[in-house]
Ligand binder design. Sequence first.
Ligand SMILES: NC(=O)C1=CN([C@@H]2O[C@H](COP(=O)(O)OP(=O)(O)OC[C@H]3O[C@@H](n4cnc5c(N)ncnc54)[C@H](O)[C@@H]3O)[C@@H](O)[C@H]2O)C=CC1
Ligand SMILES: O=C(O)CCC(=O)C(=O)O
Length: 421
Amino acid sequence: MSQEINCFEIVQNLIDDCVEKLGLDRTVAEILREPQRVLSVSIPVQMDDGSIKVFKGFRSQHNNACGPCKGGIRFHPDVSMDEVKALSTWMSLKCAVVNLPYGGGKGGVIVNHKELSPNELEQLCRGYIRAIAPVLGADMDVPAPDVGTNGQTMGWMMDEFARYRGYNEFGVITGKPIIVGGSLGRVEATSRGCVFTIRQAAKATGLELKDATVVVQGFGNVGSIAARLLSREDGCKVLAVSDSTGAAYDPNGLDIAALEKFKLETGSVVGFPGSKNITTEELLQLECDILVPAALENQITGENADKINAKIVAEGANGPTTPEADNILAKRNILVLPDVLANAGGVTVSYFEWVQNQYGYYWTEEEVNERLERKMVEAFDSVYSLYKEHGDINMRGAAYMVAIKRIYEAMKIRGWLGNKA
Ligand SMILES: NC(=O)C1=CN([C@@H]2O[C@H](COP(=O)(O)OP(=O)(O)OC[C@H]3O[C@@H](n4cnc5c(N)ncnc54)[C@H](O)[C@@H]3O)[C@@H](O)[C@H]2O)C=CC1
Ligand SMILES: O=C(O)CCC(=O)C(=O)O
């Protein structure tokens, strides 16, 4: 995360503005500005050479007025306590936008997971879960994957929690492999949800998706599958994608299936046969219909927002656009589908996974995707209609209003606001 742009302060300021716009008592903002609990842990791991390395990790539980805290675990060298606090705040808002019975949580470990052996990575996952186990549980706080974590890491974490409890509690973690209680459709869910919001936005703005041009920043779980679905199911032309090593560009459209295979084999999108190498900054400035930032925070800023050449920006990532950039994009009539809406498909199918775990009965992929579509369309419509009705707010402002109103109502009915708010 950039030193100058602190995403926790950004989300705190947005909450202040929204609470004021909604005409709610300042107490509501005071509560939502800070997580309810933040745990800071140190995790000693025995490395393969016998030495002990101590990693630092966090778990932030932002607000549980609407239900158990929910949100992913990030393994990345730039993780910080403020980043995790911001990400957990976004989770509370996101769960409320899609109307899930959850609050927000998020965890992170400061680590470059690519430098660990499989054994070291497993020990780190297990050590992290042991450290935060006292505040986890299917009815308390339910982690899931985020940047640098995946089904395998969730499998180890779920297993470590089962050892801590003494029995299997599958609902404590989502994003698990199918054989140990995962849900069909979860791997694709964040991207599929993002595609559902893009389809709604395209309908609302009269954009034809067939042959629409797409640029994706971040060719990881969210970005690569969004590129795959948009090209395969909607007939879009994906012009360029990037990852942390560089970018690949083809004005005639990239073959996404072949690129996924290439990335799997080489670990990078750079050098994909037939593509041109461009810088990641050039990628963001390409002319296209839809730009999907699906990497990290603070990518579209006051520095480059006037060079963004897209009609729609669909935030697969959390926090990719700064407030300064948001204002510039709004003035240029670029429609931003905010993170708390556009990437809410992941947590929605995590919710479905948790429901299936509680039930002990599992749905088909079609059932999962149909339910996901209903949720995403409903959420898009409620945010878009508020955005249109107000006229003086952007889609992010509208999404925050939908979310904060719901969390406020839960806090009020629970008596957290006394009788004045
Ligand atoms: N995995 C999930 O279910 C969800 C993820 N998200 C968000 O989506 C974003 C991506 O997450 P995942 O795909 O899960 O992570 P991932 O670890 O699978 O992929 C991240 C990708 O971004 C690339 N990247 C990193 N820095 C970059 C840069 N400066 N320029 C271009 N590419 C860069 C990496 O090389 C990698 O390909 C994050 O903001 C995450 O919080 C949001 C909702 C759910
Ligand atoms: O699936 C989940 O529970 C949370 C996914 C997540 O971390 C996110 O939406 O940012």
